[in-house]
Design a protein around this ligand. Structure first.
Ligand SMILES: NC(=O)c1ccc[n+]([C@@H]2O[C@H](COP(=O)([O-])OP(=O)(O)OC[C@H]3O[C@@H](n4cnc5c(N)ncnc54)[C@H](OP(=O)(O)O)[C@@H]3O)[C@@H](O)[C@H]2O)c1
Length: 311
């Protein structure tokens, strides 16, 4: 099979022909049709988290997948050959990822793919969709009558977060570049603020005098601190991009590191099929152009998602 291989932490992937993985007990061999590209993939390729994340070279990166079940190992009975699936495939050791034509993966990671969208769209969902879901529902426990401020709203995670919060009935204030405001309004944002031209806390206080109940920070750095200024007195700040350094002591802060969760992916599938959640794929790359996709994601200004397609 073809796979994008990382030989060392130098940020460069090489396409190689390697052996197809074997399907083992409890595992499912999936023919990968598409895989979302996430900022973490590019960061990992340069050695990010290398001291904390067990890894074995050569590494196939990639944690998102949408594909078709090719073969089921002994005891893997949840899926049948030919079924369309998707998954957030982050394994304990960085070695066998989804930027390849096949992956052998424990069946517990897999959920059925939403039937009404393409493989490219489905492959764009798992990591970013689960992150938004876990921030809003598991960490912040957003209530329908609360307002959420989303920092980094036009990116992969933000795009899902805006829609999930709206689906939940909450009011959404989205922060992004002005050129993305119409995109965010189409997704359901009630108000948009341009972080490049406007003072975000001041604009938030014009809309919500006491501040907002929840801030979801997908940017990090000084933006996280700015998010804390936008909270009301009982507000919760959830970040996926900062560990909360330098925040006022009284801040109710939670860091989220997205976890694989097939049950939540099943719920996301229902939302997609009901039309409550749309996927925006800004650009699709062929596997051999994956380094170009990494350059795009490293820009920090991707609208929605970029994916690689294995054809
Ligand atoms: N902890 C976790 O589990 C977890 C999970 C997923 C992602 N992450 C991290 O979270 C971050 C976002 O991920 P993503 O996939 O959404 O990234 P992405 O798709 O690359 O999105 C980046 C977005 O950030 C916006 N942005 C950049 N600077 C901004 C600023 N100062 N204020 C407001 N918005 C700004 C850009 O908006 P404009 O182009 O409109 O300016 C762009 O749309 C990354 O650092 C990623 O590694 C962590």
């Amino acid at each position: 099979m073809k796979a994008a291989i990382l030989e060392e932490f130098n940020g460069k992937l090489t396409i190689k022909d390697i052996d197809k993985p074997e399907v083992a007990e409890g595992k499912v061999l999936v023919r990968v049709k598409s895989a979302g590209i996430n900022p973490v993939d590019q960061k990992l390729s340069e050695g990010y988290m290398k001291d904390n994340l067990p890894h074995e070279f050569p590494i196939i990166l990639g944690w998102d997948l949408a594909g078709v079940v090719e073969e089921c190992g002994h005891g893997a009975a949840r899926f049948r050959k030919g079924e369309e699936v998707y998954a957030y495939a982050r394994r304990p050791v960085l070695k066998e990822g989804t930027f390849a034509e096949y992956i052998s993966i424990p069946e517990s990671y897999l959920a059925k793919k939403p039937i009404n969208i393409s493989f490219e769209e489905a492959g764009a969902i798992p990591l970013a969709g689960l992150t938004a879901y876990q921030c809003i529902f598991d960490a912040a426990r957003l209530k329908a009558d609360e307002t959420i401020l989303i920092l980094g709203a036009s990116g992969g995670v933000g795009t899902f977060a805006v829609q999930l919060a709206k689906y939940h009935g909450s009011k959404v204030i989205a922060v992004a570049s002005e050129s993305n405001h119409q995109y965010l309004k189409d997704l359901g944002a009630d108000h948009c603020i341009d972080y490049k031209k406007e003072n975000v806390p001041q604009e938030v206080k014009k809309l919500e005098k006491e501040g907002v109940a929840v801030v979801l920070d997908a940017v990090g750095g000084d933006t996280t601190k700015m998010g804390a200024e936008c909270l009301n007195k009982d507000g919760r700040l959830v970040s996926i991009a900062s560990q909360g350094e330098g925040l006022p002591e009284e801040t109710d802060f939670r860091f989220v590191f997205v976890q694989p969760n097939a049950r939540e992916l099943e719920h996301i599938k229902e939302l997609v099929e009901a039309g409550s959640l749309k996927v925006h794929v800004e650009k699709k790359y062929d596997l051999q152009d994956i380094n170009e996709a990494f350059e795009q994601i490293a820009s920090g200004h991707t609208k929605g998602k970029v994916v690689v397609s294995m054809g």
